[in-house]
Ligand binder design. Sequence first.
Ligand code: UD1
Ligand code: UDP
Length: 370
Amino acid sequence: MSKSIKLVTVVGARPQFIKAAAVSRAIAAHNEKFPDSILEEKIVHTGQHYDENMSKVFFDELEIPHPDYNLGVGSGSHGEQTGKMLQKIEDVLVRETPDFTIVYGDTNSTLAGALAAAKLHIQIAHVEAGLRSFNRRMPEEINRVLADHVSDFLFCPTEAAVNNLSNEGISNGVYQVGDVMYDSILFYAKKAKNIEQKILKQLGLDSKSYYLATVHRAENTDNIKRLRNIFEGFNNISASECPTLLPLHPRTKKKLSELGLVCPNYVRIIEPVSYLEMIALEQNARAILTDSGGIQKEAYWFKVPCITLREETEWVETVQSGWNVIVGADEQSIINAVSGADKLHAIYQRAIYGNGDASNRICEIIQDSS
Ligand code: UD1
Ligand code: UDP
């Protein structure tokens, strides 16, 4: 007898499109392999990210199925944004009555999806469960702790994540499957090779002759001293023969203009780029400076030295391996880390983020659960 399990996937922000792309592709492969045991996926886009280069470009390039619902929530304060999402996701869940709601990572879309499902007694699968910075001032830390505590299936990327959950008394439904972003990298890195020369030429850059930077964390953008220090650091490390390329997140763009901060000489600001362009640029960078979660791991996978503009990281393995140094927002520490980047020696353990089959394992576990 054929059976079908209905899944509602809730996404809303750039890194979630990249994570969900891997799982949606695994769902399609699963359905082809097991036609009598279908995983039926409905995709809900909350509208948290809405600029074309923060949203549509990922659906197109990564061939993610078109969202079944776009809730159009947009930007707002945490309460306003999360509250609007909660209400609208609830309407969708009541209408669709899924067996599972799948949420990703730690954004406001994650929290709203998890909370809406929990109140309706719909099983929740949290992909990228168990990550902790132990810094409750980060909005993401609140989101991930709350999402984990209402989830039924906790798909952890690492052993450290499993241990974090265990320390909070969560052991049921915990699966160390690996990191779905690693699945994405393995799949898309080959495609990125095809556009590598084009994007470097377009930007007038030579391989290993530029630094690649991203900044978007609230702790950096919402603190003028930190933001200024970071830009001073960028200014100091950059030179005409080795500029810093900064695909600028819209949050940071807005802050820079509000604060009247002028971009220093050899820091080249560009619009956010597509995923394939980004991973091509990462692989060819001399070093990466970032406060992004996903980009720290991508630097590790591509063996590009990473300098993290934060006070701590959830991705502790990248630091323990020797590829990532935490420098905060201190100008001199940024300069020192860049000058020492070529000397970083890493103990390289690829398997710490799984074997690239996290998405398939998630499908299998969901399938076997009913
Ligand atoms: C969000 C997540 C963060 C994640 C990041 C990925 C939360 C609390 N934060 O941060 O964890 O790392 O996404 O990129 O969920 N904006 C635009 N266009 C857009 C989207 C945003 O102009 O398409 C601007 C708006 O001014 C908005 C600001 O960026 O107010 C911040 O956007 P928001 O989604 O609230 O948070 P992010 O900083 O993007
Ligand atoms: N990314 C991208 N284009 C950009 C900047 C980032 O495709 O201009 C990708 C990046 O390669 C990574 C993901 O977006 O896969 C990380 O998202 P972000 O830094 O916005 O969020 P975080 O991971 O910090 O939550």
